[in-house]
Write a protein that binds this ligand. Sequence first.
Ligand SMILES: [Zn+2]
Length: 109
Amino acid sequence: MLDFPPDEKVLRQERARARELRRSQWWQNRIAKGRCHYCGAAFPPKELTLDHVVPLVRGGRTSKGNCVPACKSCNSQKQSLLPLEWDAYLQRLRQDEQKSMDSENPESP
Ligand SMILES: [Zn+2]
């Protein structure tokens, strides 16, 4: 289990690690793809932000598995919504994705 809530020292440390991760080749490769992890829309790499899937304040850590590229709108939604509302938002995104896949040329390749 993770410590919860983390103390200020841990948060500072994890934020510093996030800054380092943002400079890494791994991160550059991720944003070079230009896709938001959540809504799947395409963005210029500079508009993608590093987002912690499990927020640091909820016990998440700065690891490659917990850091994803997110567009500004998903990022601000995530910050303004309650965890439950955010989950509902993600579910809606997935449903929309499913619908658009179904409607896009069902016969193609
Ligand atoms: Zn997004």
